[in-house]
Structure formats: structure tokens, C-alpha cells
Design a protein around this ligand. Structure first.
Ligand code: SF4
Length: 409
């Protein structure tokens, strides 16, 4: 979501006549786009902001802005900590910065707007905010309540992305499955996917993140039926124990989650499913963690994003619950999940050995091309030609838990 917001702001600044600088030291405007989903992310933003002090000192005219989830409704405290920051903007509140930027730029300095190319695989937000208020999560407080973009807006943006080089879009939202409920005609994600599937030049559509309580059978059937929609679903379960799920305010039970995965795999046997899991939520006992571990063994996800619980100030969990799982226990649980998952992903990826997969080439790293399959597997291969943005067939010759390697067919 932050990448998409940054691209959007950069695009608006380019339209005003600004161009990309080589480094923050050379820039007239520096915007730090912040994420506070975990404490470590917030710490990194604070350290970046500290480093920008030197820039402000050597160039007092430079405009320094902090954007994103770190900026809550009350940002006086932030201002006190970072007095060299000129502007504080909540997520997507670009207006004041663009007004100031437009006043500052002189016509002489303005460069002509030429739409910049976008990556072959790019992001398009479809719903902002979240109404769910999971007790550990700061997002609803910082990004506000759900606001969906009308289908026609999304289609326009996707078309513009295709004109600028995109082949694949990932539709973004904190909870994409609740897309459309706030719009007049009440379209849902299935309607949006169906419309986008007909957009010329668009090759692949992804979406994230889904919420187990909102993923409908109609959506599952629609994904299965549409040829451009990738067979990859990101479906966080967060905990394997019903009491912990209730304390997290996740609004589903593990049995309901298990049945949902069953329905998805029945309709799409080759679908890849990734998930998110929190270990060490307040009150999580060893036995409750074992249930998460067993669910991973049972359901065998293609990827697991696992995080140790850390309290975020302002959330219900931080206010009303005691962070009573010792850091060592959290770390041990995280390590166990990672070891298990490495084994599961090794098994899943080994099955792809000698098969041929379709890969959208997204870039070149150290002389090797890389891209992803529709099931979100990262694939590396060698070729001397420029294949950026092309969809190629790769025969898989080597696998690891995290990526695949192969040769062009
Ligand atoms: S659904 Fe996701 S974004 Fe919304 S409150 Fe829960 S964890 Fe946060």
C-alpha cells in the first residue's frame, strides 16, 4: 500500500514539473513514507528522519515531509521530536504538500511532464482503511474506515498503468474482500475482477489481503473462472486457537478457516495459499501455540509471514491485555514456525522440478532475470536478451524453499 501511495505522490509531483532526484541531498522535496505495523518499522522511520536533519541544515529550503501511518490525528509529539520536518501527512493526504510544491516551483524550473514507466508488476489500491479493529492492529486508527474506489476509477488507473508498461496489477486493500460494500451499487470484488479481466493488455491480476470472514463462495468461483486472475490467495489465519482468535477479534473460528481452505482447494486444486501468523499474542500458552503449529503442518501453506507479537500503542491489546509471553518464548515459537515452513516449502517447490512454468519477467538482478509464476513463485534464469515485461516459459532445473531456477524453453 505504501509503495502504491509513494508512486501516486511521485506521479502528482512530476505532473507539477518536478523530477526525480538522485539522492535526498540533491532533492528540493524529501518525503518519508512511514509504516508502523511493527515497532521495528517505526524505529527505522525514526532513524531515517533523524538522518534527514543534516539535509535540512545544509539546505534549509528543502521541504521535508513525513507521510503515512506514523502520522496519527495528534502529531504534535512528532513535531516536537522532529522539528526539522516541515509537514506531517496522514496516509494519502497529499493535498497540502502538492499545494505547497506547486507554489514553490517556478515555471523556469519546471520540466515537461512525461509519464514515467511503471514496473511490469505494479499495485493499484482499491479500498482504503479497515473496519475490522483486530485488537493488535493500528491500521484502522491510522488509515481510517473502509472507503472503496468506484470500479470505473480502478479501471481507468489500470488502463493508465498498462499504457506505462504494466502487465500485472495487484489490487490492494487492508481487506479486499469487503470491497464495494460502501459504494452505491454495492459491487463486490468478484464484479471488479470480472470487469478487469476484460481489460486489453492486462495479463495478470492479483489481489491482497483477504479476510477469512469475508471471502465468499461467489468470489472463489469467480477467481477459478477468470483466466487472468492468478491462482494465489493471501489468507491470514493469525492464530490456531479459537480463544486467541476471539481475543484478537478476528471473527472466525479455526474450523471455519479450515473449511474455507478446503472449499478454495476443491475449486482450484493447484492454488497457492500464503498466510500470516502472530506468535506470542497476550495470554498465548504453549498448548495454544501448538495448535497454530499443527495447523501449519496440516494445511501446508506456500508461504507464511510469521511475526512475534509486539504491542502497538493505541490498540485494544496494548491497552487492555498484558504482553505476558516472554521474548525468548516468542522467539522460540517463531524459530519453530520458520524451521517447519522451510521444510514444507522445500517439499512444495521440489514437486515443481522438471515442470515448465510461465513467468512474467520483472527485472534483472546481478545479471540474472527474475519473475514470478501466477502462483507467486520467484523464478531466476539466464538469458542474454532483454526480456523485461515478457511472459516466458521456464523449465525448472533447481528448487529451494524460497525460489526456483530454470532455463528458458
Ligand atoms: S483486518 Fe487487517 S488491517 Fe484490518 S484491523 Fe485486522 S489486521 Fe488490521
Amino acid at each position: 500500500m505504501n509503495k502504491a501511495d509513494s508512486l501516486k505522490l511521485a506521479d502528482s509531483l512530476e505532473k507539477l514539473g518536478y523530477a526525480q532526484a538522485q539522492s535526498p541531498e540533491d532533492a528540493d522535496i524529501v518525503v518519508c513514507n512511514s509504516c508502523v505495523v511493527r515497532q521495528s518499522a517505526e524505529n527505522r522511520v525514526a532513524s531515517k528522519l533523524g538522518a534527514l536533519k543534516a539535509i535540512k541544515k545544509s539546505n534549509p529550503d528543502a521541504l521535508i515531509a513525513l507521510m503515512g501511518c506514523m502520522v496519527g490525528p495528534e502529531f504534535h509529539e512528532l513535531h516536537r521530536h522532529f522539528p526539522h520536518v516541515d509537514m506531517f501527512m496522514s496516509p494519502q493526504q497529499f493535498g497540502p504538500l502538492l499545494d505547497l510544491a506547486s507554489k514553490r516551483i517556478s515555471n523556469a524550473a519546471a520540466v515537461d511532464y512525461v509519464p514515467t514507466e511503471v514496473p511490469p508488476a505494479t499495485f493499484v489500491p482499491i479500498i482504503h482503511g479497515c473496519n475490522n479493529f483486530c485488537t493488535y492492529c493500528i491500521v484502522p486508527y491510522r488509515r481510517g474506515r473502509e472507503i472503496s474506489r468506484p470500479i470505473v476509477d480502478v479501471v481507468d488507473e489500470v488502463r493508465s498503468m498498462i499504457e506505462r508498461g504494466a502487465k500485472e496489477v495487484t489490487l490492494l486493500g487492508q481487506n479486499v474482500d469487503s470491497y464495494g460494500h460502501d459504494l452505491l451499487e454495492k459491487p463486490d470484488l468478484a464484479d471488479l475482477l470480472t470487469t478487469l479481466n476484460d481489460v486489453d493488455g492486462l495479463q495478470r491480476i492479483r489481489f491482497l489481503t483477504s479476510h477469512p470472514k469475508d471471502m465468499s463462495d461467489r468470489l472463489i468461483e469467480t477467481i477459478a473462472k477468470l483466466d487472468k486472475v492468478c491462482r494465489h490467495i493471501s489468507l491470514p489465519f493469525q492464530a490456531g486457537d479459537d480463544d486467541i482468535l476471539a481475543a484478537m477479534h478476528r471473527s472466525y473460528t479455526i474450523d471455519q478457516f479450515r473449511q474455507l481452505i478446503g472449499r478454495i482447494r476443491k475449486v482450484m486444486p493447484n492454488v497457492a495459499i500464503s498466510t500470516d501468523l502472530i506468535v506470542g499474542f497476550p495470554g498465548e500458552t504453549d498448548a495454544q501455540f501448538e495448535k497454530s503449529y499443527q495447523l501449519l503442518e496440516e494445511l501446508k501453506f506456500d508461504m507464511v509471514h510469521v511475526a512475534m507479537y509486539s504491542p502497538r500503542a493505541g490498540t485494544v491489546a496494548a491497552k487492555d491485555m498484558v504482553d505476558d509471553v516472554m521474548p525468548e518464548a516468542k522467539k522460540e515459537r517463531l524459530d519453530r514456525v520458520e524451521v517447519l515452513q522451510e521444510k514444507i516449502e522445500t517439499d512444495i517447490n521440489t514437486r515443481l522440478l522438471d515442470s515448465t512454468v510461465k513467468v512474467l519477467v520483472e527485472g534483472n538482478k546481478k545479471g540474472r532475470w527474475y519473475g514470478r509464476t501466477a502462483t507467486d513463485k520467484l523464478v531466476f534464469f539466464d538469458d542474454s536478451r532483454n526480456l523485461l515485461g515478457q511472459t516466458v516459459e521456464i523449465k525448472i532445473t533447481k528448487t529451494s524453499p524460497w525460489s526456483l531456477q530454470g532455463t528458458l524453453v
